[in-house]
Ligand binder design. Structure first.
Ligand SMILES: CC(=O)SCCNC(=O)CCNC(=O)[C@H](O)C(C)(C)COP(=O)(O)OP(=O)(O)OC[C@H]1O[C@@H](n2cnc3c(N)ncnc32)[C@H](O)[C@@H]1OP(=O)(O)O
Length: 133
């Protein structure tokens, strides 16, 4: 991988923080799974867009495991990073980290992989980056 491509990947790493307020939780007072998926899709979309600076669409997501509940009143950070670059596609890894508001330290609770394809105005796949120098 060239240094320019590495720089592009580094610059497009995307971080989003959220407070787990009651409007995002389920009847167990933990973050609703569908909300977590929506946040992950959004973070990965922003990352793929900033990486390519082109129109991108989600073509696929891999299996996503919810290894720990995320209680109401915690803070979460989503970190999205390009981990694979294809011809017209790229794969973005999204991790969700959970932390207590009043304690240092955090735990990785969810990981997912999202594949995006760059498209033109006619919705046909185009190169994800114009030239990989
Ligand atoms: C941001 C949003 O909300 S998007 C909304 C949800 N997403 C959509 O509506 C997308 C709907 N899907 C589509 O329009 C089409 O499937 C497209 C444009 C994404 C791809 O069209 P295709 O004809 O499948 O393209 P094609 O076969 O040339 O594949 C394009 C790339 O996608 C990859 N790809 C296609 N299907 C998959 C898949 N299921 N999993 C992983 N990668 C895939 C291919 O490997 C290829 O990558 P590469 O060029 O880096 O090697």
């Amino acid at each position: 991988m060239t240094s320019q491509l590495k720089k592009r990947i580094e610059n497009s790493e995307t971080h989003i923080f959220k407070a787990v307020f009651p409007n995002t939780t389920n009847h167990y007072d933990t973050l609703f799974g569908g909300t977590a998926l929506q946040l992950m899709d959004e973070a990965s979309f922003i990352c793929a867009t900033r990486f390519s600076r082109k129109k991108v669409v989600t073509v696929s997501t891999d299996k996503i495991d919810f290894t720990e509940p995320i209680p109401q009143g915690t803070l979460v950070e989503l970190i999205a990073k390009v981990v694979k670059v294809g011809t017209t596609s790229c794969v973005v890894q999204v991790d969700i980290f959970m932390e207590n508001m009043y304690e240092e330290g955090r735990t990785k609770v969810v990981t997912g992989f999202f594949t995006f394809v760059a498209i033109d105005d006619a919705k046909n796949p185009v190169k994800i980056v114009d030239s990989i120098e």
